[in-house]
Design a protein around this ligand. Structure first.
Ligand code: SAM
Ligand code: SF4
Ligand code: F3S
Length: 439
């Protein structure tokens, strides 16, 4: 084999993980690696993992099983595991999957080139799972997967310890990046021709609280809004406890910040919300969504919901259904509760049987799918602004893009439109897609 060594990545989990993979790809390229087109030509395979639900972890073990057979045929192949599972399991991962050559947690991601060099030279297992508590490391190289939309971290970690969630145990306490670093990155992206930035944090609404004299999240959004060249700004995730009317005002008066509010409710019953340690009530949540609807009637509101949290009764679950009906979410990510070892809720004695959890998820999805469809149908006949992202995944002959409210629209047009804002008239609405024609 001639030429550079090649790497291949796989990513599970959230957008932060997607972006971490982009940083690790940048680091590997700095270390002389080039992207492989498939596993056949890879010298290094890196799996960036997620621990948020058991299913996500099982998928990784399945994939590691397949790679073990692959490695028998290619003994020089280096296999690395990064991300939240790496942090959670550390050394145990190696016992469960001896084909793994190195394990790197989110706090040691910037050390990747050094770790890979050690594996190459010493051919020994390398473990780097230091606690992710330090100041954010700046100026790491990034190899972005997309040319139109770019992820930008604004904070790392989380201080909330919702009782169901493993993230704070794996990603460390909340650490904000300094606004000047964020702005410099966004300005560089705009100069490179990116049209959209997605600002990332586990709780964007508490951005800056850990920085002396730092700006608030609303202030940061206003500064990012002023950057020339971008078309759109998105952000995730908001926490209903820390999200307030002032942010709705910022969005309403900003030019580029999209009118889409992703506000994870998790549950609709006060008893469950309290046991989840979410720090808000159902009433508070409903009030926030009313404020959004009143100020920005065309905005979309989406959410995350968990069913079958320990102790959730049929009545509690119906309160979630009722909340969903009242808010009429445009879309929702719905999850069956998955006990995560070491979290408070995993030790609650009143776990809900799996079959009940499953049945509730089916009922919730049935309701939400209807609401999503109705929300899409309300757009039929309307003309909407679409940022063209690329060929449609389902039909590469057509283009696909998103509305400001984050709905996917498929339509016909020349590929030169990719990266541009166009007007599209919606002709057909389905549950997961809108179809339209260029105006
Ligand atoms: N920080 C964000 C927030 O507070 O919404 C996102 C956290 S998590 C990466 C994304 C979603 O996964 C959560 O909003 C929650 O609905 C879901 N989730 C987290 N832990 C879970 C668990 N143990 N079982 C099922 N779903 C879970
Ligand atoms: Fe997890 Fe809660 Fe933090 Fe979100 S806010 S990452 S759900 S602990
Ligand atoms: Fe993200 Fe999964 Fe970790 S959702 S923060 S990759 S546990």
């Amino acid at each position: 084999m001639t030429g550079a060594k090649k790497y291949l990545t796989f990513t599970y989990g959230c957008q932060m993980n997607e972006h971490d993979t982009e940083v690790m790809a940048g680091l590997l390229e700095e270390a002389g690696y080039r992207p492989a087109l498939g596993p056949e030509e890879a010298d290094l395979i890196l799996i960036n993992t997620c621990s948020v639900r058991e299913k996500a972890e099982n998928k990784v073990f399945g994939q590691l099983g397949q790679l073990s057979a692959w490695k028998r045929r290619r003994p020089g192949l280096i296999i690395g595991v990064a991300g939240c599972m790496a942090q959670r399991l550390g050394e145990t991962l190696r016992r469960k999957a001896p084909q793994v050559d190195f394990v790197v947690g989110p706090g040691d991601l910037h050390r990747l080139p050094e770790l890979v060099r050690r594996v190459e030279e010493e051919r020994q297992f390398v473990l780097a799972t230091g606690w992710p508590g330090g100041e954010p490391v700046e100026n790491l190289p990034v190899r972005r997967a997309d040319r139109i939309r770019a992820y930008v971290n604004i904070s790392f970690g989380c201080n909330n310890f919702c009782s169901f969630c493993i993230v704070p145990y794996l990603r460390g306490p909340e650490r904000s990046r300094r606004a000047e670093h964020i702005l410099a990155e966004v300005e560089a992206l705009a100069r490179e021709g990116y049209r959209e930035v997605m600002l990332l944090g586990q709780n964007v609404n508490t951005y800056g609280r850990d920085l002396p004299g730092g700006v608030s999240f609303g202030g940061l959004l206003q500064q990012v809004d002023a950057v020339e060249g971008l078309a759109r700004i998105r952000y995730t995730t908001s926490h209903p406890r820390d999200f307030g009317p002032e942010l709705v005002e910022v969005v309403a008066s900003a030019r580029k910040v999209c009118e889409h509010f992703h506000l994870p409710a998790q549950a609709g019953s006060d008893r469950v919300l309290e046991r989840m340690r979410r720090g808000y009530t159902r009433e508070h949540y409903l009030r926030l969504t009313e404020i959004i609807r009143r100020r920005l009637p065309h905005a979309s509101i989406t959410t995350d919901l968990i069913v079958g949290f320990p102790g959730e009764t049929e009545e509690d679950f119906e309160a979630t259904l009722d909340l969903v009906e009242r808010v009429r979410f445009d879309a929702a990510f719905t999850f069956m509760y998955s006990p995560r070892p070491g979290t408070a809720a995993a030790a609650f004695p009143d776990q809900v049987p799996p079959e009940v959890r499953r049945e509730r998820l089916v009922r919730l999805n049935r309701l939400q799918n209807r609401l999503t469809r109705e929300s899409n149908e309300r757009l039929a006949g309307e003309t909407v602004e679409v940022l063209v992202e690329g060929p449609s995944k389902t039909n590469p002959e057509r283009l696909s893009g998103r509305t400001r409210t984050n709905k996917i629209v498929v339509f016909s047009g020349p590929p030169e439109l990719i990266g541009q804002l166009v007007n599209v008239r919606i002709t057909e609405a389905q549950t997961f897609n809108l179809f339209g024609e260029l105006v």
